[in-house]
Design a protein around this ligand. Structure first.
Ligand SMILES: [Zn+2]
Length: 80
């Protein structure tokens, strides 16, 4: 079974059809160290976008409100 890491809290999220997920444009974001700290899955159906999965609606809404802090290389998930 595939899992993704919730970029907000660091929990593992099972990738399922009913999983909470969002795609964001990653090209415009300054994502330092993204290559060795890759959390989302590249969305092959939408070039330049990256898909993230979330454990719950709270994390999803936090991420959608402003994804950039969670993508920063210095961000440490606090929900583990
Ligand atoms: Zn979460």
């Amino acid at each position: 079974m595939s899992v993704a890491i919730d970029p907000v809290c660091g929990m593992e999220v099972t990738i399922a059809p009913d999983a909470l997920t969002t795609s964001i444009e990653v090209a415009g974001l300054a994502v330092a160290g993204q290559a060795d700290r890759h959390r989302g899955a590249l969305d092959v159906s939408a070039p330049g976008q990256e898909r993230f999965y979330f454990c719950g609606r709270g994390c999803l809404l936090d991420f959608q409100d402003d994804p950039s802090p969670f993508l920063d290389a210095g961000y440490q998930p606090s929900g583990m």
